[in-house]
Design a protein around this ligand. Structure first.
Ligand SMILES: Nc1ncnc2c1ncn2[C@@H]1O[C@H](COP(=O)(O)OP(=O)(O)OP(=O)(O)O)[C@@H](O)[C@H]1O
Length: 309
């Protein structure tokens, strides 16, 4: 238990009439990139605000670095964050913004200049740091915010939709940057996003929240196993018409269809795959290829969110 950077146990948060978190539980380990996904209003921002000590839960337990969230003094210096509202000073340059925040974050004067230069380089803003932020593009602002969130070398980074509004290149930059940060600096990253491609690309584990409840949590493979489609794609030496009826009549086959020239067989259970292969052999049908069809994160997400509506 002590190894968790974030631990939510049965956390409840109510705003007057709305139950924003309903006994939410999940854990995040050190060095993980934890993706937190859910529809609008699911409770993602509320979770981040609780982690930052901006909101108090009504019930349940929230621990960060093993400390209860009420002991904020022991935690807050170790957390960096990037929220939707950017809070940059438009009339200051990129460099001056970082300087201002480094004083606020109490970065020691001796190392301040070096740290800022290093971060400007790291986020790819070298050469642009002397320009006023009001002339920055969305992507540059986002890079500057990322640099700002890292000024005090946090061990945990909380990111609320960090790539929203960025072009493809800008999104890729942030993705690569975060993976590098987690892998090489062992920074734990908690990220919310509506971009499921992004989440499935970079996250080591994923939590799905809907109406304040964590409805699924695990690695992408664990989620794929839990939400298994039980479908296989087969390639055989006979046209589908010849085998469709007998295949459908097998007790463990639920459906047979053709999609984009591929034969898809739905099994009662994936454990029945050897039985299916045996049937092909017994009927002298050659199987060229057999592929397990896995749900994408989007398939899983949509099936959960639709079901719960
Ligand atoms: N200050 C507030 N007062 C009352 N209700 C609130 C407040 N903040 C959020 N809520 C409600 O709590 C629920 C959870 O909101 P939250 O902002 O945490 O969702 P979210 O998952 O971050 O959504 P989005 O993806 O739109 O950012 C929503 O129903 C929202 O309307």
């Amino acid at each position: 238990m002590g190894d968790f950077v974030i631990s939510f146990n049965n956390v409840v948060k109510k705003y007057e009439k709305t139950l924003a978190l309903n006994k939410a539980s999940f854990q995040v380990k050190k060095g993980e990139i934890f993706g937190y996904i859910g529809p609008n209003g699911a409770g993602k921002t509320t979770t981040i605000r609780i982690l930052l000590g901006l909101l108090k839960p009504n019930d349940g337990e929230v621990k960060v670095f093993g400390y209860d969230i009420s002991e904020l003094d022991k935690i807050k210096g170790r957390i960096g964050f990037m929220l939707e509202e950017r809070g940059l000073y438009e009339n200051l340059t990129g460099y001056e913004n970082l300087e201002f925040y480094s004083i606020l974050y109490k970065v020691p004067k001796k190392i301040r200049e070096n740290r800022i230069k290093e971060l400007i380089e790291l986020v790819g803003l070298s050469g642009r740091e002397k320009e006023k932020v009001k002339n920055y593009s969305t992507g540059m602002r986002q890079r500057l915010c990322l640099a700002r969130s890292l000024l005090h070398e946090p061990e945990l980074l909380l990111l609320d939709e960090p790539t929203t509004g960025l072009d493809v290149e800008g999104q890729k930059f942030i993705r690569d940057f975060l993976v590098n940060l987690a892998n090489n600096k062992n920074v734990t990253i908690f990220i919310t996003s509506h971009n499921l491609y992004e989440i499935s690309q970079i996250c080591t584990r994923i939590g799905i929240i809907n109406k304040g409840e964590i409805v699924a949590c695990g690695t992408l493979s664990e989620l794929q196993r839990a939400f298994d489609r039980k479908e296989v794609e087969i390639s055989i030496d006979k046209p589908l018409q010849e085998v469709e009826v007998p295949l459908r009549n097998l007790p463990f086959v639920q459906n047979v269809k053709e999609e984009e020239g591929k034969i898809i067989v739905s099994l009662e259970n994936k454990d029945k795959l050897p039985d299916l292969l045996l049937w092909f052999t017994q009927n002298n049908i050659k199987v060229w290829k057999i592929n397990e069809i896995k749900n994408s994160l989007e398939d899983i997400y949509l099936s959960i969110v639709k079901e719960e509506k």
